[in-house]
Design a protein around this ligand. Structure first.
Ligand code: NAD
Ligand code: UD1
Length: 351
């Protein structure tokens, strides 16, 4: 199936971003038409041109802020959406403590504005980008969905608040009870890395990266001098922080699986971990990247980063059992794809 007219439209907010653009590719591969709403505050429309280059199908694109309800209504009036995937939001933990109001405006108010318009147009299926950050500093690992939720920064709080709002909405028995058919999946991502195997789309952080993998990739290519490893005195195998890195294409496939499962489940709101179930330390990541790239990644050991935790990795059995999804790409492939993207696009999407 290749013609856009025969495809079921899915609204993808934030679809020009890192995860959203990979999800657009996998939606197209599965026969859907992504309709992207993005204000481009942290992305470039070039990513969607690359999606078209990869798939032969051009996503529909509206440069709109999710807080702009009038413009959103026009989009909903134009397309008959089967479901909405909501990625639009801000994600820098440090910045969220400096400008919390902006984070609540974008992440919380933006979701309210979107769900209000969805209700007006009776579009009830929603997949929301949550984060493993909602587990705070877990008492043990691996983490399953029943673990208590807790967070210490405005970014994490915005995700927890939205999770609570969406659970309330899904279980509401208000004036339009007969109408309430909300069917919502909260997808808690662990650490997305890698890029599409074509090297055409990938992560394009503005300025100096905060996250480990883009930083390592920029050291390997010579844009940054050396990595600071934030602490080697954690209670982990080599003292450095352990995380559950997941290939962004696996994550994207998890969204397609969640979409298809929404068609089979009844109304309600469910949370799923999207991770691999494996944890790797910072030094293991550096070694794996050096191997994949054939470059050296100089590093120094620095102080712990405030707010960091020792270990965070998922129990991903619920997604396997209920969505029929599990991650299939290992560390080597994550690194090879991240390196291909970095080499082909040393300046990201800018010329
Ligand atoms: P990203 O910044 O690459 O993508 C977010 C997209 O949303 C961008 O294209 C941005 O321009 C757009 N956007 C932001 N605010 C908007 C608004 N008000 N209206 C319209 N568009 C808006 O980030 P990403 O890594 O692709 O993350 C996508 C989602 O997944 C975010 O909600 C993020 O919090 C969540 N998440 C990301 C990670 C991660 O490590 N990347 C981990 C857990 C959760
Ligand atoms: C960070 C966010 C988290 C968010 C996640 C995915 C913080 C405190 N947490 O988590 O809320 O959900 O990104 O976007 O920002 N590291 C270094 N040197 C670096 C960068 C990172 O040693 O230059 C280490 C960190 O200490 C950590 C690991 O690498 O042990 C991964 O860091 P990062 O990629 O920032 O992800 P998280 O800390 O898991």
């Amino acid at each position: 199936m290749s013609s856009s007219a025969s495809r079921s439209p899915i609204l993808v907010t934030g679809g020009a971003g890192f995860i959203g653009s990979h999800v657009c590719v996998e939606l197209i591969n599965s026969g859907y038409l992504p309709v992207v709403v993005d204000n481009l505050c942290n992305s470039s429309a070039e990513s969607l041109k690359r999606v078209a280059q990869i798939t032969g199908v051009t996503p529909v694109f509206y440069q709109i802020d999710v807080n702009d309800k009038d413009s959103l209504r026009k989009v909903f009036a134009t397309h008959s959406f089967e479901a909405v995937m909501h990625f639009a939001g801000l994600k820098a933990v440090g910045e969220s403590s400096q400008i919390p109001m902006k984070y609540y405006r974008y992440n919380v108010a933006g979701t309210l504005s979107l769900t209000e318009v969805m209700e007006e147009f009776k579009v009830w299926k929603l997949i929301f980008s949550s984060s493993a950050t909602v587990y705070g500093d877990p008492a043990s690992v691996p983490i399953d969905e029943g673990f208590p939720t807790f967070t210490t920064n405005p970014y994490g709080r915005s995700k927890l608040i939205v999770e609570d709002i969406l659970r309330d909405i899904a279980h509401s028995t208000g004036s339009s009870k007969a109408d309430n058919q909300w069917n919502i999946s909260l997808l808690r991502y662990f650490n997305p890395v890698g890029a599409h195997e074509s090297g055409l789309i990938g992560e394009d952080p503005a300025g100096i990266p905060n996250n480990l993998l883009p930083y390592v990739a920029q050291v390997a290519i010579g844009k940054l001098q050396q990595l600071s490893v934030y602490g080697n005195d954690y209670d982990t195998l080599d003292g450095t922080g352990v995380r559950d890195y997941i290939h962004v294409v696996d994550l994207a496939l998890g969204h397609v699986a969640a979409l298809q499962s929404l068609n089979k489940t009844g109304v309600g709101c469910r949370a799923y971990n999207l991770g691999t179930g494996c944890g790797y330390s910072v030094l293991q990541m550096v070694n794996a990247f050096e191997k994949a790239s054939g470059r050296s990644v100089p590093y120094k050991i620095s102080a712990r980063r405030p707010g960091d935790i020792a270990s965070c990795y998922s129990n991903a059995q619920k997604a396997k059992a209920e969505l029929g999804w599990e991650a299939k790409y290992g560390l080597e492939r994550m690194m090879q794809d991240a390196w291909r993207w970095q080499q082909k696009n040393p300046n990201g999407f800018s010329e």
